[in-house]
Design a protein around this ligand. Structure first.
Ligand code: 13P
Ligand code: SF4
Length: 305
């Protein structure tokens, strides 16, 4: 059986689409309708006419698709594909955090559960966090769960105090300032592009800090020929693939071989085929929670960036 052809056939038969995050194994792109970062994929999930969405990403991303498109069947290829950062905060901890800092709006990174979104005021992704917090016009905000993205927003805005929860991404925290200094020395002509989930001392040493898609767009547009990428390996693989396919003559180097999100790599083509065939691993969310979480995401989607 040619698994790629079978997936394509099932997609057509069932009016399904496959949304794929850039940290997935590259071979999944071949069967995907849209490949991108979390903001782009949530927009695609909100706009599709498909009956089934297969979300090749982590659990919170599939949940976000379901929050925005409740009438659609949303399937996660592998239920073990969760985000370690999203799992660092639950509703109980969020309530305790709010009680410690009362009457301050809660900004919630999209890397969080539906329940946490439901108890937050507005959602952000790494693409729009700075613009969304700015749009609130508040002197202080609470930011959950990623302390580094929250502190990056504070650093960029200067006039907003961002009180952060102590969550983090173990994959991005593997990158150290020493790695950045070493990369700079070894590749003096390269530009270093980093994701804001990195430690703030790492982000400050980068030439550009942005979400997955922003990094990819920056690299594509830049006249530079060599880049060090300080984010997940899947981004580097896609950039090198696209450079070869389109004759960009650009070289992309992963800052460190271990910058791999093991959970993102759980989904395989076989899992995608299985969930499409059996319509298993369906995401379900309590309707009261969903409506509140939807409000939190939709507020974000109305902010112009
Ligand atoms: P993006 O918003 O850049 O897709 O990031 C999601 C993520 O989980 C990064 O680790
Ligand atoms: Fe979560 Fe980090 Fe993996 Fe992104 S890279 S999905 S934040 S664990």
């Amino acid at each position: 059986m040619d698994i790629i052809e079978e997936i394509k056939r099932l997609k057509k038969e069932k009016n399904a689409i496959i949304l794929t995050h850039c940290y997935q194994e590259c071979e999944i792109d071949e069967v995907s309708d849209f490949v991108g970062d979390s903001l782009y994929l949530s927009r695609m999930a909100a706009n599709t006419n498909a009956d089934i969405i297969v979300f090749a990403g982590v659990y919170f991303m599939a949940q976000s698709a379901k929050i925005l498109s409740p009438e659609k069947k949303v399937l996660l290829p592998n239920m073990h594909s969760g985000c370690l950062m999203a799992d660092m905060i639950d509703v109980e901890n969020l309530r305790k955090f709010k009680a410690l800092h009362p009457n301050i709006p809660v900004v919630c990174y999209i890397n969080s559960t539906a329940e946490v979104k439901a108890e937050s005021d507005i959602c952000v992704t790494s693409s729009n966090a700075v613009s969304v917090v700015k749009s609130l016009n508040e002197p202080k905000v609470l930011f959950v769960p990623d302390t580094y993205l929250g502190k990056w927003v504070e650093y960029k805005l200067k006039n907003v105090e961002v009180i952060t929860y102590n969550g983090y991404c173990p994959t991005h925290l593997r990158i150290t300032p020493e790695d950045m200094i070493k990369a700079r020395k070894e590749h003096p002509n390269a530009l270093i592009l980093a994701h804001p989930e990195c430690h703030n001392e790492v982000s400050k040493l980068a030439d550009f800090v942005g979400s997955t898609k922003e990094i990819m767009e920056y690299a594509k547009k830049s006249d530079n020929k060599e880049f060090i990428i300080a984010t997940e390996k899947g981004v580097v693989q896609r950039l090198n693939r696209d450079s070869k396919l389109n004759n960009w003559g650009k070289d992309f180097i992963l800052i460190k071989e271990s910058v791999i999100c093991p959970n993102m790599k759980q989904n395989s083509l076989a899992d995608i085929y299985n969930v499409l065939l059996t319509e298993s691993n369906e995401i379900t969310i309590d309707e009261t929670v969903r409506l509140k979480a939807k409000n939190c995401i939709e507020k974000m989607l109305t902010v112009k960036i």
